[in-house]
Design a protein around this ligand. Structure first.
Ligand SMILES: C[S@@+](CC[C@H](N)C(=O)[O-])C[C@H]1O[C@@H](n2cnc3c(N)ncnc32)[C@H](O)[C@@H]1O
Length: 365
């Protein structure tokens, strides 16, 4: 079962050119909506004098134009991969519109608390009811100014929607870029692809990547781990009914994965590295290496870095000014290839995908 929403299932019966037009229309609609949302939100903030204007670089018309080109290329690849059967086409239409209707107003209701944090420069605020014991200090942050950081119900409910607004509707298209690369890598070792793979998504959040993995590798045994109990509950809800084999979700720290060594064929890790201090980035990669089987594959995806698109540096610098991201500034210049090599990985392939990039690495057999 690839898609969980009736509209996505319905699109499977449409002629191909209709599907393509529908996909482009949907993505253009998301982009217009996201840009309008951010614009109006900024104007309301200014009108109410709710928080100081962020100190951001002005983006040149050339830079904005290159962003549009990169986005169009990303969406074209997403369509082509679905068309080629890398993943079911219904995934392209699998947005949860009921959740959107339910949670979009809450994004606005939460803005008072967000502006409060920006005004008072408070980035470690949690509801006193939340038990903060056992979490690493670096984690106890209101990342993106989220209410209760990663530890609240509201944060878990709004996360997918907010990430998609941030990326102008391209977040899932970027996450899906990993699937073709993984399949190509496994293709060199066809037996493994055909047999039941054991896959772990580290920092699985609300389960978006697990959903795409389940659709692309229906026979695989899927596992997800995250530090946040509320995000895991959301993942459980999002993943119910998506495949015959329900992913096993566990709460745990990626720095000390609660799995035996040499266990997984594939580990994915999406949008975690930029939220970790540098030494922790290294520890997490070492842990991934430990629990991968010899010959196993690690697929990491995160934000693009300065070296990939130096001309985008003004935009990358704006991100931590607009959202609370304490480790991002260092991340965009960090040498992940060296971290991977130090952890023991070989054959590393590094690729940009619009606002994101991926590293595919192998544990030597
Ligand atoms: C930006 S979100 C990415 C979530 C998901 N991978 C996605 O694609 O949307 C970062 C996630 O990493 C989790 N996280 C942060 N530090 C962690 C750690 N040390 N161990 C496990 N999970 C962690 C957070 O709880 C959160 O769910």
């Amino acid at each position: 079962m690839a898609a969980s929403n009736p509209f996505a299932v319905f699109t499977e019966f449409l002629p191909t050119d209709w599907q393509q037009t529908l996909y482009q229309t949907q993505q253009n609609g998301k982009a217009v909506f996201s840009l309008a949302h951010k614009n109006i939100q900024g104007q309301v903030r200014q009108f109410l004098n709710a928080a100081p204007d962020p100190q951001v670089n002005k983006l040149s018309p050339e830079l904005l134009n290159s962003l549009t080109i990169a986005r169009d290329q990303l969406l074209a690849k997403d369509w082509q991969d679905a068309e080629a059967g890398i993943y079911p086409k219904s995934l392209l239409f699998d947005d949860d519109w009921l959740s959107f209707v339910q949670y979009y107003p809450q994004v606005w209701f939460d803005l008072g608390a967000v502006w409060d944090k920006i005004r008072n420069q408070t980035h470690q605020q949690f509801d006193p009811e939340i038990d903060l014991s056992g979490y690493p200090d670096y984690y106890l942050q209101n990342f993106h100014h989220q209410t209760d950081g990663y530890l609240g119900e509201l944060s878990a409910n709004l996360y997918d929607l907010q990430v998609d607004l941030l990326f102008n509707g391209t977040s899932d298209a970027m996450r899906r870029r990993i699937l073709k690369l993984i399949k190509q890598k496994l293709g060199a070792d066809g037996d493994r692809q055909a047999s039941r793979l054991t896959i772990l998504d580290v920092a699985c959040g609300t389960g978006r990547t697990l959903k795409f993995l389940a659709a692309s590798f229906p026979q695989a045994s899927l596992h997800g781990i995250d530090l946040s109990p509320t995000y895991l509950r959301k993942a459980q809800q999002n993943l119910t009914g998506i495949s015959k084999i329900f992913p096993q979700l566990s709460q745990g720290n990626a720095e000390a994965l609660p799995y035996q060594s040499n266990w997984f064929d594939l580990i994915t890790n999406i949008y975690l590295l930029h939220e970790l201090p540098t030494p922790v980035r290294q520890t997490v990669l070492v842990e991934c290496f430990r629990v991968l089987k010899p010959g196993g594959i690690l697929m990491v995806m995160d934000s693009i870095q300065v070296k990939d698109r130096p001309e985008w540096e003004p935009m990358l610098e704006n991100f931590p000014q607009l959202f609370h991201e304490p480790y991002y500034r260092h991340y965009i210049n960090d040498d992940i290839l060296t971290h991977l090599a130090k952890a023991g990985f070989v054959d590393v392939e590094e690729r940009p995908h619009c606002f994101s990039k991926s590293w595919l690495a192998v544990k030597p057999a």
